[in-house]
Structure formats: structure tokens, C-alpha cells
Design a protein around this ligand. Structure first.
Ligand code: TNX
Length: 763
């Protein structure tokens, strides 16, 4: 048997050239992320102590010193860096210029550690080394004996950060770069300008930061809610050119290239607020306080290009990398359509539409960049209206843009919203801090494959790699930045670095636990959504009883729960074994604790128990396929849908009314039927037009119980109560009709409104 296994392993090595010749347990203990191409484990370990010397030539001095600093931070051990190695007890790093620049190899034996790498490879080798250093219970610091050879799968391993919507200090940007370096990411896409703030000092245009760097307030809550309120607190900040130089040098020492983004022609309000002549109308506007896509964009007149050239000249001077990102996304054409200068430009150039005008804008800027030996990269909208053969794109609206660009021979960085947007929720939104929306779990990021299957081998070469994007509309602190990137950044690093064949999510998740220990030590605020407790309400419609089932997706210990009856009694925490019966109104709290009793995650579930809880229910028309989570039981599971709403807990109807028949099991006395509905007009979800309730004792003869119409539904109330005197009933028929066609001027005008209902409570 053993032989067969070994044979299989050899065969795998032969097939893929990748070799993970260690047991699963050893792999977990080494806990390297991203997983290297080959690891072969040997017996024994190298002991690190005060006398261990790091031997590095002058050119590798900076790499060696960064490693020494990291080691000191985590283990409190300060090693010396020398040109020459001692006889034993050394870590020697060597450059081999004939290796691929990102490749390296490791040999750890009991007497020495040797890392040989290409230009960047030595640094990556040291990053791997720091991950496999372990301290044991006796306080010894050891490196297990291994042989590793490694190189990345992709050349563009990117992380983005939006510093316009919220500003982050120079010190934090350096931390962010440290995080990238730890996971061998090599590109930092720095989103420096947007509607809500211009964050890079431009000497020729001081008002860009003096005026454009500051807004008068920031939106409170979510932009999709109906109410708009600003906190009216002045907000801003910017990086001086000295700051930028310092950050560029810091990144470069960590083998990271910074790609600065100067947004054009859209997302330009901050610039226009400083220099109103840059827009089509020339009107004074303010730096934007809310989130979205806005109509005031750069005009296409010559003075705007003069401005761009001057700005980009200073930008190119500051950033030594090849790529300059010019945005190009979400540029409404409304103002261009009304602008004599833009229209004259179109006529003069024979352009058919405003998309071609946008293409002209981007291409003109590209020519300028090219004359300075820089390359242009932009969001996938720059494909619209035609793209030059030399520009590169970032595919964010799915993969289509990337596929189209690769097919026509343009280079592409894959960054689809579905897998690479780290501003999305990563766990059940009810347990997460407010986010823009979306649902991009660690597992989903991990599952990402940057090379679309539809591309031929030749076209695949145009996929440079992938990138995680962190837009910061709802991320106002550096702690929250950490929360949103960790551990998704770890997952992405394996997508862009490790060979496809060695990737394995459950194995990755176990390795991640060791990284969490390090995060805890360093005080990094990471998300614990992989430990999420899944809640499942079980309705026993035979006995009219509800129970709550709790399950850990990634079990690393036990679940404890306690019940708050909301009348002042709170039970002690109890170890969860079986579904918890729910008999009365209450809130059940639960937390997962690991084997050291450290709390990993927690959930809460509130119950609203009525006569219909767990009752049998039938619907005449099914809800829409999109929003039919556990239909129809969801309506009688004692759970009122949470807000902001998410996929679970709500049933959605769009073309048909909700018509429910509830059987209470026995004739009961009722006086109130409460329908839990939702109002989220920005998402086309409106309160209903009609609500009618009929009741019957025998299921044959029904009488009117009560009704409600649109005019009686007050703006506040999404819980619609239909009341009557105490009435005897066993069968309750509930009819709820949506608003129908949405009127002009409202979100979703001309479409049918959605009706969302989460619960029908009968009291
Ligand atoms: C779309 S992605 C945008 C950004 C927003 C982001 C929020 C892209 C090129 N544009 O302006 O911040 O969605 O997820």
C-alpha cells in the first residue's frame, strides 16, 4: 500500500513538476502561505540564537536587514548581518542572476541555512524563512530542515488601496506594504484621486490638495438607504511629495512596485472643486461627500490635457515603475453631450459618439505617457470606443473585459468583483461591519482561477496576473482595512503565486491558523469569518415547534450558547450538542471557542414567536427564484428579516402577489396578523399596495379579518399589522400585493417593484 502511495506521489511529481513531499501534519506546521512549488522535509532543525549570523553581500544587505528586523519584532532575537559567513550557525543569502528574478531555493540543515535567489528571489526566500521559524515551549527558536524551490505563477501579484474615500497615514501605508511583502505580493495599486478627495501633492497645482484634499463631511450610513445625511465633519489629508518618495523607497526595498492611479475622465470632482475650469461647465462644485458615480467629469478641451500633462509629469517623476493607472471607469457622458467644446471636438475628429470621445481622451494621455517610457493601464471601460494596442486593462466588471482585451492582444490584470473585491462582505452580513455589499468569502477568493478557460494558449500569455481591490467608502480606519484584507489577502497570494496543482482549500485553512496566531501576536485585526457559525432554523410543522441548529463550517473547538429571554433572564453558557428548542420570544447568543477557549466567532439570533411559528404554510405563487430561501417556511420561522437585507430570511416577489394559507393546527383566538416587509427603494424594493387577511375555522368558509392599503402604510412601518377583535380561526389566508409599476423619478422607474416579506406573525 505504502509503495503504491509513493508511486502515486512520484507520478504526480513527474506530471506537474511540483513536489510537496511532506506529510499533511508537517505541511500544517510549516504553514507557508503562499505554498511553495516544492518542499522536501528532512529530519532535524536549525537552532537560531544570538550567535547566528546572516551573511549577505552589499547588494543583499537591505533584504537581510528587513529579515533581521522582522525576526526581532516577532521573536525578540537581533541577529548580526555580515559580508561573510561564519563556519557554522549562519543564514547565507546569495544572488544568482541567472535564476528567474522571483525564484529562490532554500536549504536548511542543522548547521546552516542557505537561500539562493534571483533579483527579488532572495527577499521572497527570506519571507518564506520567517514563516517557518517556530519557537517551542522551551523558548528555543528553530527552523525545521527543509529543501524548498519556489517561483511564482504570475508576474502581477497586486493589491490596491483607495485612499480617496478615506485617507490612511503614511505609517499605515508602510504597514500595508509590509503585509503585501509578507505574502510576496509585488504590486501596490495606489488609488490616489477620486470624487471624494485628491491625495497627492502636485507642486504646480497646490489647490488640488489644499481644496481638493478636503470635503465638508462624509455620508452617514449606507448610500443605498433612503435618507441622506452628512456628518458635517471636515475630512481630508494628502501625501506630500516627500511622503511619496519615502513610501516609494520603502516599497522598493520590499520588492514592491507602486502603480499610482490618477483617475480620469470620471471620478474627478475633487480636482474640479480645486480648478473648476477643468469641467465642461466651469461651475464651482464641492468635493463630494457621498459615494457613487457623478456627472461632473473632466472636459475634453485642450486646457484639460495641459493640466493632465503637468500633473502626470510630476507623478512620473515620483514613481519609477513602468505603469501609470489612469482610471477610466464610470464616466457619465451627460455633461459632454451638452458641452460645445466636447461636441466640437467630436465633430473635428469625426467621432461617432461619446464613447469614442472617452477613447480619444485615454489615447491622447497614453501617447504622452509613452513618450516618457511609461505604460498606461486603466479599468475595463477603456475598451469602450476602442483601445490602443499598447494599453493594458484591469478587468473588474467580471472577466469579459479581460477576455476581450487578451483576445485582441492587450495585457490584462484580472480583478473581477466576484472574487477580488475585498470591500465586499466576507461573512454573514448580519455579523459583519457595514460594507458596500456583495459576498466574497475567503473560500471564494481562494477558488479564483485568473486564466479564463476560453483563452487559447497564446491569448493566455496576456494575463499578467490578478489583484485584490480595497475600495474604502465604508472603511474609515486602518483597523478595518486589516479586517477586510485579512485573511483574503492570504488566499489571493496563493492564487497568484502557487502552482494550481498544489492548491487545496482545506489544507490552506489549516495553515492559516498559524498565521492567525501571528496576527494575534502582532495585534492585526483580521476577520474570523472562516469560523462562522451557520444558523439554521428548523421548523417542525407537525408539532408546531421551532429549533435552532448551529454548525461550524470549520470546526476548531466547541460552540457555546446562552439564551436571553429579553425580560431580564439570561442563562449561563451551555455547550451546544443538539438543536436548541425555541418556545418563546428570546435571543439566542452563540460563540465558537477553540481548544484554548479563545472565542473565534459569535452569532445572535432573535426570535419573534407567535401562533404561526412553525405552522404549516402553503403559497399559491412561488417567490422569485432569486429570493426563495427556504420558501415557504421562512415566513413562519420566527425570524424577522435583518436590515440591511441579505439573501437569507427574505422571500421576494415581483410579478405575482404573495398569497399564503397558514394552518394553525387547531382553532385559536387571534387578534393581530403582522407582516414583516421591507422598504429599500434604492434596490427597487417598495412597501406593498394591498394587504388583506381572511380567516376560517374549517378551511372552507372564509370571512374577512381585516385589510390595509398603501395609504395606511406609514413611512416608518415596515411591519404591517392587520388587527381585529379576538376572532376564532384555524386557517389564515394572507394576501399581499406589491406596488406594481414604479413611478417616474423613483429608483427602478418603469419596472415592477419588488415585494419582500420575511415573516407572517399571528397573535
Ligand atoms: C466601482 S471598481 C468603482 C469604484 C467603487 C467600487 C466599489 C471601479 C473601477 N470603480 O469607484 O469604489 O465600485 O466597490
Amino acid at each position: 500500500m505504502n509503495r503504491i502511495l509513493k508511486l502515486g506521489l512520484v507520478l504526480l511529481i513527474f506530471l506537474f513538476g511540483t513536489r510537496i513531499n511532506v506529510s499533511a501534519q508537517e505541511l500544517n506546521e510549516l504553514a507557508i502561505i503562499p505554498l511553495p512549488k516544492t518542499i522536501v522535509k528532512a529530519k532535524g532543525y536549525f537552532l537560531l540564537n544570538q550567535k547566528t549570523v546572516v551573511a549577505a553581500s552589499k547588494t543583499l544587505n537591505s533584504d537581510a536587514n528587513i529579515f533581521v528586523g522582522m525576526l526581532n519584532d516577532v521573536y525578540g532575537l537581533k541577529l548580526n548581518v555580515y559580508d561573510e559567513a561564519t563556519k557554522i550557525n549562519f543564514i547565507r543569502v546569495k544572488l544568482n542572476p541567472s535564476l528567474k528574478s522571483d525564484a529562490y531555493s532554500h536549504t536548511v540543515n542543522p548547521y546552516s541555512v542557505e537561500i539562493i535567489g534571483g533579483q527579488n528571489g532572495v527577499f521572497y526566500g527570506l519571507q518564506t524563512l520567517i514563516q517557518i521559524v517556530k519557537s517551542d515551549t522551551a523558548g528555543q527558536i528553530k527552523i525545521p530542515c527543509v529543501k524548498i524551490t519556489d517561483e511564482p505563477r504570475f508576474g502581477w501579484r497586486g493589491m490596491h488601496l483607495d485612499v480617496s474615500r478615506h485617507f490612511f497615514s503614511k505609517e499605515f501605508i508602510k504597514k500595508y506594504l509590509d503585509y503585501l511583502a509578507t505574502y510576496k505580493m509585488n504590486t501596490f495599486h495606489w488609488h490616489l484621486t477620486d470624487d471624494q478627495g485628491w491625495r497627492i501633492e502636485i507642486k504646480k497645482y497646490p489647490k488640488l490638495t489644499q481644496i481638493g484634499g478636503w470635503r465638508k463631511g462624509t455620508l452617514i450610513g449606507h448610500s443605498s438607504s433612503d435618507k441622506y445625511a452628512s456628518d458635517s465633519i471636515a475630512y481630508g489629508g494628502f501625501y506630500s511629495q516627500d511622503d511619496i518618495r519615502e513610501i516609494v523607497a520603502y516599497a522598493s526595498a520590499r520588492h514592491i512596485t507602486i502603480v499610482p492611479e490618477i483617475e480620469m475622465p470620471g471620478h474627478a470632482m475633487a480636482a474640479i472643486s480645486a480648478y473648476p475650469y477643468l469641467s465642461c461647465t466651469g461651475k464651482q462644485i464641492d468635493v463630494e461627500q457621498t459615494w457613487g458615480v457623478f456627472e461632473d467629469v473632466f472636459c475634453t478641451k485642450d486646457t484639460v490635457f495641459d493640466f493632465m500633462k503637468n500633473v502626470l509629469s510630476e507623478v512620473m517623476e515620483l514613481f519609477p515603475g513602468t505603469y501609470i493607472h489612469v482610471g477610466g471607469d464610470e464616466c457619465p457622458k451627460v455633461k459632454w453631450k451638452e458641452c460645445p467644446a466636447c461636441q466640437a471636438r467630436m465633430k473635428e475628429l469625426g467621432l461617432k459618439n461619446e464613447f469614442e470621445l472617452q477613447s480619444f481622451f485615454i489615447q491622447r494621455v497614453e501617447k504622452f505617457l509613452n513618450t516618457h517610457n511609461k505604460k498606461l493601464i486603466g479599468w475595463d471601460e477603456i475598451l469602450q470606443g476602442g483601445l490602443s494596442s499598447s494599453a493594458s486593462i484591469m478587468s473588474w466588471q467580471g472577466e469579459e473585459g479581460g477576455i476581450a482585451a487578451a483576445k485582441q492582444g492587450n495585457y490584462v490584470v484580472m480583478t473581477p468583483g466576484s472574487h477580488c473585491y475585498f470591500d465586499h462582505y466576507q461573512g454573514d452580513p448580519t455579523n459583519e461591519p457595514l460594507a458596500i455589499g456583495g459576498y466574497t468569502t475567503v473560500e471564494k477568493v481562494y477558488s479564483y482561477e485568473p486564466i479564463p478557460k476560453v483563452l487559447s494558449a497564446n491569448q493566455q500569455k496576456f494575463i499578467l496576473g490578478a489583484q485584490g481591490n480595497l475600495w474604502t467608502e465604508y472603511i474609515s480606519s486602518s483597523k478595518q482595512v486589516e479586517y477586510m484584507i485579512f485573511p483574503r489577502l492570504c488566499a489571493l497570494s496563493e492564487v497568484v503565486w502557487s502552482p494550481k496543482e498544489v492548491k487545496n482549500y482545506s489544507d490552506f485553512r489549516r495553515r492559516l491558523l498559524k498565521h492567525f496566531e501571528l496576527f494575534d501576536k502582532k495585534g492585526i485585526n483580521y476577520a474570523k469569518s472562516i469560523f462562522e457559525i451557520n444558523k439554521n432554523v428548523i421548523a417542525d410543522t407537525v408539532n408546531y415547534k421551532l429549533s435552532l441548529e448551529l454548525k461550524q463550517e470549520f470546526p476548531v473547538g466547541d460552540i457555546y450558547y446562552w439564551i436571553d429571554d429579553e425580560k431580564g433572564f439570561v442563562s449561563k453558557p451551555i455547550k451546544y450538542l443538539n438543536p436548541i428548542p425555541v418556545l418563546n420570544n428570546c435571543c439566542i447568543y452563540a460563540e465558537s471557542r477553540d481548544y484554548n477557549q479563545v472565542v473565534r466567532n459569535s452569532v445572535a439570533q432573535k426570535f419573534f414567536i407567535t401562533k404561526s411559528s412553525g405552522a404549516s404554510i402553503k403559497l399559491t405563487n412561488p417567490p422569485s427564484d432569486k429570493y426563495n430561501y427556504k420558501s415557504p417556511q421562512t415566513l413562519v420561522d420566527g425570524v424577522s428579516g435583518s436590515i440591511p437585507w441579505n439573501g437569507k430570511e427574505w422571500l421576494g416577489f415581483v410579478d405575482t402577489p404573495l398569497e399564503a394559507m397558514i394552518d394553525l393546527g387547531k382553532v385559536s383566538e387571534i387578534s393581530n396578523v403582522v407582516i414583516h416587509t421591507l422598504k429599500a427603494e434604492a434596490s427597487w424594493i417598495y412597501l406593498p399596495k394591498i394587504v388583506k387577511v381572511e380567516v376560517s375555522e374549517n378551511g372552507i368558509h372564509f370571512v374577512k379579518f381585516g385589510e390595509f392599503n398603501e395609504s395606511e402604510i406609514n413611512e416608518m412601518g415596515r411591519m404591517i399589522s392587520v388587527k381585529n377583535n379576538l376572532t376564532k380561526a384555524r386557517y389564515v389566508k394572507v394576501y399581499v400585493e406589491g406596488l406594481g409599476l414604479i413611478e417616474k423619478g423613483k429608483a427602478g422607474e418603469g419596472h415592477n417593484a419588488w415585494l419582500f416579506v420575511s415573516e407572517i406573525g399571528i397573535q
